[in-house]
Each structure stands twice: as structure tokens, then as C-alpha cells.
Write a protein that binds this ligand. Structure first.
Ligand code: ARG
Length: 284
């Protein structure tokens, strides 16, 4: 019912989070005679000058980005958000989140409506032709989520032949259904929670969702389960931050910060913390 045909630029809301320290670290950032055309190459100086980085995301993806009531207020939270707030702090800029359907996230990055995109985005070879990507920060598995009552029915991929299998619109899960479940009927929906609702109502038979996310929604819904049917995972499934093609400086800056957070276990901690938060938030 709420398949919300939000238009491609269906931007639902803007959240500003993450205070900045001093807006620019060196006092030498003002150069005169700037032209309006901002190449990707000097994207960083544009952001530094503005003191703010605009981040495209689709907050329907617990534990990476989702809406939760925090101190009585609806906020976008998640592991990606914690990660990005930490990056913003290191960069010395404020972080503004622009929430939209996943299907619009990469398009709005391409159109320059946001500076970068952080949304559990898989850095596939195909996407790498259009965008820069940071280092990978999380490697998901692909899982099949079903109504708990059907767990025994869907133990193999073959058992899903001629069944309706859901995937999020614009996600790699659409290709996974087409490639690995060619005999199933794909149902593409804008938001991950919509897939869960359809599963509960038995209007679809299964949905392909990535591991941490699938587990989070299953933990929140007693009548859903992970099926035994096994999908293949590939290297291009791993999550990375998407940036405009050619934004070398910004990509390097983000990589340096991100690598540290991966190595010292910060990202893992963020995923765990937000998995717990999503579960607490669901029990209401
Ligand atoms: N990793 C998948 C992809 O890049 C799905 C990401 C969906 N993200 C979201 N926030 N809904 O296609």
C-alpha cells in the first residue's frame, strides 16, 4: 500500500548531525578568483570552504542507516551514520544527511545533489565505472528471508522457482535474483521494510537481503526467518562510500580515516552497537 512512488529526487528529509570543530584547520583555505565550475578534483576545497558535507543515504537499512526515536525525536542513526559522523569530525566539517529511496541515492550523487553517498553501497565493478569508491568497510552475505511458516519449504534455491522473490529497487539484490534465481518472479520495492511487510502478509514468498540487515529485521519480527537456501556472495558486494568520479583528494582523505577505523575495530563496534539499538527500537 505504501509503495511510495517517491520520485527519483524524492528527498524525504534532511538531518544535520555531527558538530564540527573549527571549520577549517589551516587558516590558508581562502583563495580568490574561484570559478563556479567545481570539478570533482577540487571537490574537497568546495566542501572545506562550505564547512559541510552533504551525504545521500536511504535510511531503511538497519543497522547501517535507519530511523529511530532518540530522546523522543525521530533521527537517522546507524553504523554508517556513526562512521560518517566520525569522518566528518576528522575532516572538520558538519555532516548533513539527505534521506531518499535507495534507488535515488547514486543518481543524486551523479547529479551533484549530494557530495558523497553512504548507504551500505556495494562497490561493484559496474558502479566503479561511474563513481569513485573508498576502501571496503563491510562484507555482507546475501540471504533469503522468508515468512517463518515457510522455512521448511524454501531450503534450496530450486524451491524458489516460480515464486515471488522481493528485492530493493536499484540494489544489487535485483541482479542477484535475476542471476541466481532466474526461475523466480522478481518483485522490486522501494524500501527494505516494505519487503518485510509483504513477506509477513505472504504477498511475496521470499526476499533477498544482505546479512546484517536481514538478521536485524528478522530479530525485530518474530514471524520472519532466514531460509536455508544459499546464495552466492561476490567481492563486489562489499560496502564502500561512493564519491564522484575523479574526486581524488576527498577519496584519499576519507580512505585514510576509514582505514584506521576498520583496523582498530571501530566499524565492527558501530555495527554491533546499532544492531542492538535497532532491536531495542523495534520492541515498541
Ligand atoms: N548493498 C546493496 C547495494 O548496494 C543494497 C544497499 C541498500 N542500502 C540501503 N540503505 N537501503 O545495492
Amino acid at each position: 500500500m505504501k509503495k511510495g512512488l517517491l520520485s527519483l529526487v524524492g528527498i524525504a528529509s534532511i538531518f544535520i548531525l555531527g558538530a564540527c570543530g573549527s571549520s577549517s584547520k589551516s587558516g590558508t583555505s581562502s583563495s580568490s578568483g574561484e570559478s563556479k565550475t567545481t570539478d570533482a578534483a577540487d571537490q574537497w576545497s568546495k566542501i572545506e570552504k562550505a564547512g559541510i558535507i552533504k551525504v545521500g543515504t536511504s535510511a531503511d537499512f538497519a543497522p547501517f542507516e535507519f530511523h529511530a526515536m532518540v530522546n523522543g525525536k525521530d533521527q537517522i542513526v546507524g553504523a554508517d551514520i556513526d562512521m560518517m559522523n566520525a569522518i566528518g569530525k576528522e575532516l572538520g566539517v558538519k555532516v548533513e544527511y539527505v534521506d531518499m529511496d535507495f534507488n535515488a541515492v547514486l543518481a543524486s550523487l551523479e547529479q551533484g545533489q549530494v557530495d558523497i553517498a553512504v548507504s551500505g553501497i556495494s562497490a561493484t565493478d559496474k558502479r566503479k565505472k561511474t563513481f569513485n569508491f573508498s576502501v571496503n568497510y563491510f562484507s555482507p552475505e546475501q540471504l533469503v528471508v522468508v515468512n517463518k511458516a515457510n522455512t521448511n519449504k524454501y531450503t534450496t534455491l530450486d524451491s524458489l522457482a516460480n515464486k515471488k522473490v522481493g528485492a530493493q529497487k536499484g540494489s544489487i539484490q535485483e541482479s542477484i535474483v535475476k542471476d541466481q534465481l532466474p526461475d523466480s518472479q522478481i518483485v522490486s520495492l522501494a524500501k527494505v521494510p516494505n519487503l518485510m511487510v509483504e513477506l509477513k502478509q505472504n504477498s511475496i514468498d521470499a526476499a533477498v537481503v544482505e546479512s546484517a540487515v536481514a538478521k536485524s529485521y528478522v530479530a525485530q519480527n518474530d514471524d520472519l526467518a532466514i531460509a536455508d537456501a544459499k546464495l552466492e556472495t561476490s567481492e563486489g558486494d562489499a560496502y564502500a562510500i561512493a564519491l564522484p568520479k575523479g574526486s581524488t583528494k576527498l577519496t584519499e582523505k576519507i580512505d585514510t580515516i576509514l582505514k584506521k577505523m576498520i583496523e582498530d575495530g571501530t566499524i565492527k563496534e558501530y555495527v554491533q552497537k546499532n544492531t542492538d539499538l535497532a532491536n531495542e527500537n523495534a520492541s515498541k
